[in-house]
Each structure stands twice: as structure tokens, then as C-alpha cells.
Design a protein around this ligand. Structure first.
Ligand SMILES: *Cc1c(COP(=O)(O)O)cnc(C)c1O
Length: 495
């Protein structure tokens, strides 16, 4: 079945999968969504016999229907290889009353690798399929993890350049060190004085700037996005939910057809939306448990039907979730509006002009599969300590937000269905917060000393990504004001 992609803001704007991947964003800020989600017409028991790459092919071939088998298998096999430190790619770990789906075994030790290790291949293949001659400039705003994962994925990929903007004071020291030490002749990293939403807004504005696009085209460039609004990121994320489900079958934890719940520590709403799409494809998921930190705009939205970003932006120990505009939520809004691009546009325009919108009662009813809650900083730290003490398993801060919210969900509902918790980062990426949560004696000690302490405590090998930055030199030190992002891009590309 051919899947066509449509803009959430204009149903007349359509694209093939490869065109949607290339563009990243539709016109006027719209996002590409599949016009329908094909059924995953393979028996779950048969999928249980497949490895990660094979499951990936089954899922992705249905969503990216204009890719040939050869093209897609080339992308999948190039992405999910020895860059991951385990053959199974995404291990499922039964701990503390849940199944932790470890999505941090790629080259930058956070779940962004699951999609960003394949996106460069999907993009280059898409460019070839569509006879694109321009160099692709990947423009990305990051709350910390996307930036490094995108840099690692695109470094030295011919025909591409990548420019990453991050909030100068809004990422962890290790996240920053990972980015500013990035090698590759085509990589650029810029800190901005502003927060993640400022970075994301600046990037979106450049995408929507027709004048800029013209100047770029004259110089042989065009933008594409590695942000989670690109469907080339969303679809690869559907894969691991299907994979996790089938491993539960293999491990005799469930039978094919049994319902499970998933818990997702959420920022831009990409990861949890991928789970929702997996369900639409036929995966038996009952509840989507959406976990937020103190920036609990999504929790308030699920409670009240009002999305309101007019509030204080709080810097937390789970910085990849410090977001007040969850871009991918628009795809869910579009769906619960009955795929009505006009209604969706009106709400998104209200978000831009007033910073808030309210959905109708009918739309709210369609959110019954979602449960939202949040974890405070104290609760998150307490969960890290508790799970370490009871299960000798060390969670990173983001995963601990999810685990805390899962506990609240079980307490509120008594629902004991088998539950997969998306474990989105290695504790080594947030070493300071993790170690201080376990014992206050670690406060104030140097970062890499804490890395060694974490290793002693957990017995988990120090990931290569951490060893790599211990001694690496800073290569990128550009900082600009949030109002100077476009000027910075122009100077990098010599426009
Ligand atoms: C990006 C990220 C998240 C949030 O994922 P979204 O898809 O943006 O909701 C959560 N945890 C970590 C570690 C991340 O890097």
C-alpha cells in the first residue's frame, strides 16, 4: 500500500515519504503526517523470531513505501551495526516491576541514536531518488541529546553540512563537551544565549523563510531538519516498540495479542508519538503514559485540554525534557481533530499568537489512551536512589522521571499490565545528577571522577562515548544571541 504524507496545516500539500524526509517540515510550519497508517500484517509470533534489523524492515517498509527493498535494507544495515555496543541494539531489562527498554546503546548513549543513526542514510537516499543536486544543510535545535546524535550521524557524510544550535546554559556539562568536541569538516556547533524553545523557534523561522531559501538555492544549498519533526526520525522510533513487544513474547512474559502499557519520558513528544503510531499499525498497547518533569505543560494539557506555554521555563536535571513547546504534539492534535488541517491550523496559530489553545470536548475524549503525570526534582532523585538500592540498577534522570510517573500511575489506577519503560539515556550521560541522587557525598566532585565512581558502583562498563570526550579538545566555541541565529548561519555558509 502506498503511503502519502500530508501537511498538518494544509491537506493539499502532499509528499512521498522520501520527499517528506528531504523537506523535514511542510510549508507554513506544518508537519508531514501519513494519510493512513498501514496495518502491520505480519504475525507477532513471526516478528518474535526476527532480529532488530529484520523487525525494522517490516515496520519501515510499510511507512516508507516509495523506498525499494534494497534501499531500505542498505539504510537499516548501515545504521544498526557495531556503532551499537550490543548486538540486540535495544535490550529489554526486567527490573523494579517493569521492563526497561534500553535505547541508549548507540554512539552517543541516548535514545536519539535510534533514529539519528539511520536518518543520514534515509536523507542521502531520498536526495538521490528525487534528483536533488544541492548540498543538504541540516539545521538543528537541541536540548542536548539530538545535537550530538545528529552530529555523529552526519559527520563527514558527503553532500551534507550540519549546524547545531543549543542553549548555552541549558545542557549538561557532558552533553556540551560531547558537542563542542565533534570532529568532521561539515559540522558546526553554536551555543545561543536563550533556552531550547528559543533555539527551536529560531530554526523554525529559518525553515519558513522563503527569501533565505532562495539565497541558499543560488549557492547550491537547501535545508533539511534532523529534529524530531522529521518523519525520517519518527518512523525508525516505531520499530523499537514493536521489537520490545516481541521480546516480551520471546521471554514468555506475554502472549501475542496481550495488551501492554508504555511509559515515555517526554519532551518534544516524538518518542511517545512513535508508540502511538505503532499502536495504529496494530501493536497491542493499552495506555501511553506520558511522563514530564517540572515543565509539566503536557500533564496540564492531558488534565484540562488546555495547552498553555505561558509559564516559567524551569531548568531541571532532565534537560532533554525541558521543553514548553512539544512540537510533535501537533501530529496528535491533527489526528484527534479528525485529520482536519483547518482546525489544527487554528489551534497552532493560537499557540503562536497567544501561547495557548484549548481543544474541544470531542477531541479530549479521543485522548483516553493517554495518561499524563510529572515528577518533581526530589521525586526523580529519590527514584534513582530507590531503584539502585532495591535492584542495583542505575537509572539516568530522564528514565527516573518515567519510573516515578509509572509508580504514580499504578497507585492511581491499580493497572498491573506488563509495562515497558522507555529508558532514554545512559546514567553516564548525566553522571553528576545521578551520583548526587544516590549519595550527597558526591556533590562538588569533578565530572570524570564521578564517572569512575559510577563505574565502581554499578559495575557497568564506561561507554566509549565517555572515554572519547575525557581528553578531547574543544573544537567549537561560537556563541550567539538568540536573535543572531540567521546571521550566524549566513556566515557559516558564506551566503
Ligand atoms: C530527547 C529526549 C527525551 C524526550 O524525547 P521526545 O521524543 O522529545 O519526547 C527524553 N529523554 C532523553 C534522554 C532525550 O534525549
Amino acid at each position: 500500500m502506498e503511503v502519502t504524507y500530508k501537511s498538518t496545516r494544509n491537506s493539499n500539500e502532499t509528499a512521498t515519504a522520501s520527499q517528506a524526509i528531504l523537506k523535514g517540515l511542510a510549508e507554513n510550519g506544518g508537519l508531514f503526517v501519513p494519510d493512513s497508517i498501514p496495518e502491520l500484517d505480519v504475525d507477532l509470533n513471526d516478528l518474535a523470531k526476527m532480529n532488530y534489523q529484520e523487525v525494522a524492515y517490516e515496520v519501515m517498509s510499510r511507512m516508507f513505501s516509495d523506498f525499494t527493498e534494497e534501499e531500505l535494507k542498505h539504510c537499516i544495515n548501515s545504521a544498526y551495526d557495531q556503532k551499537f555496543d550490543t548486538e540486540v541494539i535495544a535490550p529489554l531489562n526486567k527490573k523494579a516491576g517493569a521492563y526497561y527498554l534500553e535505547l541508549f546503546h548507540g554512539s552517543t548513549i541516548a535514545f536519539k541514536d535510534m533514529a539519528l543513526s539511520i536518518l543520514p542514510y534515509l536523507l542521502v537516499t531520498s536526495a538521490k531518488k528525487n534528483n536533488v543536486k544541492n548540498d543538504i544543510v541540516i539545521l538543528t535545535a537541541t536540548s542536548g541529546d539530538t545535537g550530538k546524535a545528529a552530529l555523529a550521524g552526519f559527520a563527514d557524510v558527503p553532500g551534507t553540512k550540519i549546524i547545531v544550535f543549543y542553549p548555552k546554559n541549558g545542557v549538561s556539562p557532558i552533553q556540551e563537551k560531547q558537542m563542542v568536541t565533534q570532529k568532521g569538516d561539515n559540522t558546526y556547533v553554536v551555543g545561543i544565549t536563550g533556552n531550547f524553545d528559543d533555539a527551536q523557534t529560531g530554526v523554525k523561522n529559518m525553515f519558513n523563510d522563503k527569501e533565505l531559501a532562495k539565497v541558499m538555492d543560488e549557492k547550491g544549498y537547501q535545508f533539511s531538519s534532523a529534529n524530531s519533526i522529521n518523519i525520517g526520525r519518527l518512523v525508525p522510533q516505531m520499530v523499537y516498540y514493536v521489537y520490545a513487544y516481541t521480546r516480551l513474547i520471546v521471554n514468555n512474559e506475554i502472549k501475542a495479542g496481550d495488551k501492554i502499557n508504555v511509559v515515555v519520558p517526554t519532551g518534544n513528544f516524538g518518542n511517545i508519538l512513535a508508540a502511538y503510531y505503532a499502536k495504529e499499525m496494530g501493536l497491542p498497547i493499552a495506555k501511553f503514559i506520558c511522563a514530564s518533569n517540572d515543565n509539566k505543560v503536557l500533564y496540564d494539557f492531558f488534565e484540562t485540554g488546555v495547552y498553555d506555554k505561558n509559564r516559567e521555563f524551569i531548568l531541571t536535571t532532565s534537560p532533554s525534557m525541558d521543553i514548553l513547546i512539544s512540537s510533535n504534539l501537533e501530529r496528535l492534535i491533527y489526528r484527534i481533530a479528525g485529520d482536519d488541517s483547518e482546525q489544527n491550523s487554528a489551534l497552532m496559530n493560537a499557540l503562536t499568537s497567544e501561547g495557548r489553545y484549548e481543544i474541544t470536548a470531542d477531541m479530549k475524549k479521543k485522548l483516553s489512551e493517554f495518561y499524563g503525570n510529572y515528577a518533581t526534582e526530589e521525586e526523580t532523585a529519590a527514584t534513582i536512589k530507590k531503584v539502585f538500592e532495591t535492584d542495583n540498577y542505575i537509572l539516568d534522570t530522564h528514565t527516573a522521571v518515567a519510573a516515578t510517573v509509572y509508580d504514580k500511575y499504578v497507585e492511581a489506577t491499580g493497572d498491573k499490565k506488563p509495562t515497558v519503560i522507555a529508558s532514554t539515556a545512559s546514567p553516564y550521560k548525566f553522571t553528576r545528577s545521578v551520583m548526587e541522587a544516590i549519595d550527597s557525598q558526591y556533590a562538588g566532585r569533578p565530572d570524570f571522577e564521578l564517572v569512575d565512581e559510577l563505574n565502581k558502583l554499578s559495575g557497568v562498563k564506561i561507554p566509549q562515548a565517555i572515554e572519547d570526550i575525557r581528553r578531547a579538545d574543544v573544537i567549537h566555541d561560537t556563541v550567539c544571541d538568540k536573535t543572531e541565529m540567521e546571521a550566524t548561519v549566513k556566515s557559516i555558509l558564506k551566503l
